[in-house]
Design a protein around this ligand. Sequence first.
Ligand SMILES: Cc1ncc(COP(=O)(O)O)c(C=O)c1O
Length: 383
Amino acid sequence: MLFGRPASLSSPPGTLIVPLSLIGTSKKELDTPILCIDLDRMEANIEKMAQLCKAHGMQWRPHEKCHKTPAIALKEIAAGAIGVTCAKVSEAEVMAAGGVTDILIANMIVGQRKWERVAALRRWADPVIACDHYAQVEPLSAICQKLGVTVRVIVEVNIGLDRVGTRPGQDTLQLAQAIDKLPGLKLAGIMGYEGHLLTIEDPKEKEGKIREAMGVLVGCRDQLLKSGLCCDIVSAGGTGSIYITVGCPGITEMQAGGGIFMDPFYRHKCGVPNLEYALTVLATVVSRPTLERAVLDSGRKTMNPDVALPVVVGLEDATIKRLSAEHCELTLGPKSQDLKIGDKVELVIGYGDFTTVLHDDFYGFRNDRLEVVWPIQGRGKIQ
Ligand SMILES: Cc1ncc(COP(=O)(O)O)c(C=O)c1O
């Protein structure tokens, strides 16, 4: 085996697990497929997102569902993030083991084992959990009480996505009032996600609708405050809406995370400017059936094309024709027809979230030289 794996998932984040002899190797000399990060670009994106939030007086709590890697979360925190947002309890456990303490689990948590895990997490982290019903938090309250710990809770409000969330108004207020009375829990605020508004093409319409949705969320905050309840956290936002949501008054925390890698979905379907592509797959040409066709060693098991197709780097007239499990067929125009079997081809991932979960490791490069290999410690953490 070329690379040694860490003995346990709790090995320190940022651990170099690549043999020193490979450090500094040029990208194109490595075996494929591999998932590559351009470290300069990722760091610049992290800095931009952190600064954007800071300039608007908003806390940045980036969603880690795409990178799932404590070493990257710690870079975000070093740049100014207050902690992370997670989708699953097991992701939060990985983050906590990696040294992240302020962790929002922006999802409904249901089941005795999960409630026990959340309460146990409280021993070395300070999680915040979302809920939209009393049934999700009453049992957690009992467990927290027994363990003598307090867990922060926020109410997720349905601001139009129609996925989960309480109805704005009385339903939200009543749930918040009920949580406030539960021992072992601390009502900390509310959240909403404007995921249904990311791909509106007309910028004015998009801005108007997002501002309206944020207005609904802030209206809920006002009701909570008026009733004497705590509402320190008003959390929202995603990369596809970051430049609008960050300017909405009353929102205290920004959840946008995927922008640290940027991708064609955010750029072309959400119209997000100013961030650079940082996540690619390095592939090898394994077949050249015709002058106009090349086949790469990287199919759907390496890069998920469902939300947006990958984009070929540096071959301007090469396009993706078809992806099967282990093959990617390219259609080549005249400018790329000298591509040979064995050549390396780099592809920008169309949408990071569904691709990172296919890989064990990120390969981090600076100026195309290997600097670090990070295990994607949250990979497979779906509970
Ligand atoms: C609850 C929640 N917050 C925020 C986001 C945005 O994440 P990202 O910025 O990575 O697109 C999502 C995306 O699915 C989400 O479900």
